[in-house]
Design a binder for this molecule. Sequence first.
Ligand code: WQD
Length: 318
Amino acid sequence: MKVLVTGGAGYIGSHVVMGLCESGHEVVVIDNLSAGEKSAVDSRATFIEGSIQKKEDLSQCFEGVDTVVHLAALKSVNESMQFPQKYSENNITGTLSLLETMHENNVKHIIFSSTAAVYGEPEYLPLDEKHPLKPINFYGYTKLSAENLLEWYKELMGISYISLRYFNAAGYDASGRIKYLEKNPQNLIPIIMEVAAGKRDKVDVFGDNYDTPDGTGIRDYIHVSDLVKAHLNALELIQTNQSALINLGSDQQYSVMDVIKIAKKISGKDIPYNIVQRREGDPAKIYASTAYAKKILNWSAEHSSLENIIETTWRIYK
Ligand code: WQD
């Protein structure tokens, strides 16, 4: 199959592109390199530097394409609250322009990179796909808006979509072939890795008085190689013209202190930390129900033990 991957030079995108190439698909990548790196793109893929917001860039990519995998987006929660326009343009207008170009080129299948942030504060756990959608940050709102656009373009233009709602994506391909490091990481695991590698002095732990066994926040960390497999299965499913919204989680939950302890054990490095104030908008616990992914995608996480996530990440950071 010929697949267009937007954002294919970023952290998750570069893993997805490698997985697609390995499965024998022909891959075209469009990426504006605002966060990604050309060197992270599998050499078997065709790379086009460009923006999904520009029709003239996008229209170069569509020759013979069957399916689009849409990962290009901005993803910092904090930044989205400060610069909502930038997030609207990239994540909402970008998706709209992509859907319009798909329609013009008669491409009927899209797999979308969505997020647990569409749910907001959990009203119950585990979060299933029927949970109310009330994002509490602008980033989550832009992803929910993009999902709404997908639903409308399905109704109006007959474009099928599969929206994959990732929980906390982490880890690296076990072979170590992808060496891409985020430039200014804001998520827990890369921050801890930077401390272990001596690039930062310490980790700020955002609160130790949550209603959790050790008082720190609990999350559902999902290995990027499991995300890749879910995309490959979604690619098969979408050929039947089905649309779906699917959570991708690991069925395991770890606290901030669990992550620090395992990172210390695996790296053999000291990981100094400070307990600081809670971060605004952080729920005590978020984790996914993966029942629907098992049923519809015939998928469940196989690489997402915290040990494996940290081990594969440490190999790159050390
Ligand atoms: C994990 C835990 C923090 C940093 C975000 C987005 C979500 C999705 C994944 C993309 C929390 C704690 C963190 C630090 C800390 N993104 N923490 N010190 O907030 O669960 O999810 O990334 O789609 O939409 O919201 O991830 O890695 O920032 O935090 O104590 O320096 O680590 O409080 O409990 P989060 P995270």
